[in-house]
Design a binder for this molecule. Structure first.
Ligand code: AMP
Length: 426
């Protein structure tokens, strides 16, 4: 069986590595991949951009690909699954219509409200309908969100209503291009965040292992928001009771609601959830794909064949499938380039990868490229050093032993990934 993974980040390296480990998989192609996928056994990079839908379908036909898994959101929102389906190609991910859940926060908020799923109170504006007086009458802090895809940068937490107004106006003026034509202004929610990721086949739901990530750049969850500086699985925050509540109040009504709206959802569905002090799981956002870096620790723990689970979902038989998980914890530490997230420097040579390969755990590549025979940095988030252990603390030790073996000029990473879980005794 031949598998195609679309994307170039750490999530896609983990997907390719996991799929290549299945006995029935002969080869995994990655479009376009990175230096890590280039060096992975039974994996081959192909120079096709993740957004080039026509070239991706041609590639799948020419290479006789049996199963394609889409990593990032942009091709999903642009309709890659519809294009594959039109040619009879099996592609795991939501179609364009339900992918709006991530592609439009305005749509997503309206969907949540209509289906009675808990979320922050909000209003959506265009430049023409913007009501600055309403914003000024709210209690700060407020959260201002560009509705469209903004590469994880379109959310601003405004400490005052005045800042909320100027932030919304900057978005209308084109700060995030067309993503800011609509802007959601919502109440700030206190609590702790959890990532809840499931697979769905339109009707049935298979929850993946729980996970939690750290979005802030610096230790103790300080500094600017990033794409994610580390993650671990399981998340002790999500107790069995809370797990059942999230399924009942968020995931099941969402999958049912999408089907009722005539757009059944097949693919990974990621809910970013703020757990209120009273336990209410408020949805902050939906993503129509796996999280990065949550994927790396989650897939380290998956013992089942991921390609078989994707096939079951595409066949509508996910209800009869189950996933086996390693009882150990996994934890990933993201190593970022100097200047991340504002202006990451590229082109630095990464040392120590060979030594790291002889240690337990796994380094997943993200922003890396091959230059001559060297691995160099080529993006903001460069590597994710991922360890396993009997508990989160042991997984953390293994992950940092790996991270500390690798060096390049200006590498930065947090020293405290997993501290919340460890504080909980995990
Ligand atoms: P989003 O892309 O909507 O998930 O927002 C990115 C990040 O901003 C989230 O992971 C939260 O850390 C934060 N955030 C978003 N919405 C809210 C909110 N209503 N209250 C508090 N924090 C939020």
């Amino acid at each position: 069986m031949k598998v195609l993974i679309v994307g170039a980040g750490g999530r896609e390296h983990a997907l390719a590595w996991k799929c290549a480990s299945a006995a029935r998989v002969s080869e995994v192609l990655v479009a376009p991949g990175n230096a890590g996928t280039a060096r992975e056994p039974r994996v081959r990079n192909v120079p096709v951009a993740a957004e080039d839908i026509a070239a991706l379908t041609q590639l799948a036909i020419a290479e006789r690909v049996d199963l394609t898994i889409i990593g990032p959101e942009a091709p999903l929102v642009a309709g890659v699954v519809d294009a594959f389906a039109a040619r009879g190609l099996r592609c795991f991910g939501p179609r364009q219509a339900p992918a709006q859940l991530e592609g439009s926060k305005a749509y997503s908020k309206e969907f949540l409200r209509r289906h009675g799923i808990p979320t922050a109170r909000s209003r959506t504006f265009t430049r023409a309908s913007f009501d600055a007086a309403w914003v000024r009458a709210q209690r700060a802090p407020l959260v201002v969100k560009a509705s469209g895809l903004a590469a994880g940068k379109g959310v601003v937490i405004a400490d005052s209503t005045a800042v909320a107004v100027t932030t919304a106006q900057a978005m209308f003026a084109g700060q995030f291009g067309t993503a800011g034509h609509e802007v959601v202004v919502e109440e700030f929610l206190a609590g702790e965040e959890a990532s809840f990721i499931v697979m769905a086949d339109g009707v049935h739901i298979l929850p993946l292992a729980t996970s939690q990530d750290h979005k802030r750049l610096r230790d103790a969850d300080q500094g600017p928001n990033t794409g994610g500086m580390g993650a671990y699985s399981p998340a002790p925050l999500v107790t069995p009771t809370l797990h059942a509540r999230i399924m009942r109040e968020v995931i099941e009504p969402a999958i049912r609601g999408l089907a009722a709206d005539g757009m059944p959802y097949t693919g990974f569905l990621y809910a970013g959830i703020m757990i209120a002090p009273d336990g209410t799981p408020n949805v902050l956002e939906f993503n129509c794909r796996l999280g990065d870096p949550e994927t790396q620790p989650v897939l380290m723990r998956l013992m089942s064949d991921l390609t078989a689970l994707c096939e079951a979902a595409l066949a509508g038989t996910l209800g009869a499938a189950s996933a086996q998980w390693d009882a150990r914890a996994a934890l990933g530490v993201v190593m970022a380039a100097q200047g991340y997230p504002e202006e990451p420097r590229k082109g630095d040579t990464i040392e120590g990868l060979e030594r790291a390969a002889s240690l337990p755990g796994k380094i997943f590549h993200a922003g890396t490229a091959l230059a001559a025979d060297k691995v160099v940095t080529s993006g903001g988030r460069v590597l994710c050093a991922t360890g396993l252990g009997v508990d989160v603390r042991a997984a953390q030790r293994e992950a940092y032993a790996l991270a500390d073996t690798v060096r390049w000029r200006g590498a930065q990473y947090r020293r405290d990934i997993g501290y919340r879980a460890i504080r909980r005794g995990a």
